[in-house]
Write a protein of this length. Structure first.
Length: 142
């Protein structure tokens, strides 16, 4: 949030910040953050934002409902390995949208809540979480 502010970006300019606001992960813009020390506004720059290209190949080419369906089913997703997972709960604690719950043998993922940040994958001490790409994407981007 502070980095975006320093670059002169608004909440709506940064998809991850906008989505975090929509999900209630953050409460508002820069005004909701207690910044200790110097006034950071004197460091705001004329940063030139590069043209952002979406990795969503379907946007604008198919109806929104079809786009949402394809995006959901063709996105990479975290997957747990039963053989490696020790049920320590680090993944659950680190999940920003709280999409993970402890199951009987491994944590379970609510993929409708999952934002594909892969914090669970990065922070798992046993490396029990792999990123699984749909088979069609594996073929295309081999």
């Amino acid at each position: 949030m502070c980095g975006a502010h320093l670059m002169g970006l608004k909440v709506d300019d940064v998809p991850t910040i906008k989505r975090s606001l929509e999900r209630g992960i953050i409460k508002g813009g820069i005004e909701t953050i207690d910044i200790i020390g110097e006034d950071i506004n004197k460091y705001v720059s004329n940063f030139k934002v590069p043209k952002i290209r979406s990795v969503n190949f379907f946007r604008g080419r198919v109806p929104k409902r079809v786009e949402d369906f394809l995006t959901f089913y063709l996105s990479p997703r975290p997957e747990f390995s039963k053989d490696i997972c020790v049920k320590c709960g680090v993944c659950i604690e680190s999940c920003p949208p709280k999409a993970l719950k402890m199951g009987d043998s491994i944590p379970t993922i609510d993929y409708k809540k999952c934002i594909r940040c892969f914090c669970c994958h990065e922070l798992c001490p046993k490396k029990a979480i792999n990123i699984k790409r749909p088979w069609i994407l594996s073929r295309i981007f081999k």
